[in-house]
Design a protein. Sequence first.
Length: 139
Amino acid sequence: MGQRRKAREETLRILYRLEFDNRPVEETLDQYWKNKKSIPSTREYSTWLVNGIISHQKKIDTIIQDASEHWRLSRMALIDRNILRMAVFELLHEKNVAAAVIINEAIEIAKRYSGTEAAAFVNGILDAIRKKLKRLKRL
């Protein structure tokens, strides 16, 4: 498994914790990484993702909601919602990774953590978002 994939999976775990944790993000991150053995680049990328997602969550959630024809964000499975948030943040802010790679990574993570149906759901939403961002020339 590549380091970026590992960082994305760590990000998903942290985002899951943050759904139930009322502590500040930095405190949650410090606690999470405290006893975790990881390569520095994995930790750095994951921390960048978490902080970016939290900082831009309102915009990210609006983008996801606009692409989700029959699903309210609040009704999406928690894991799927956070995988989408992570991928949308990367689509908007990661300039060194192709959109197709970002979407494929999200699909693979969805398969592993949520199932085949979730992977298809994530793929559909992210493909719609990719097309819209391409039209807006953000990709």
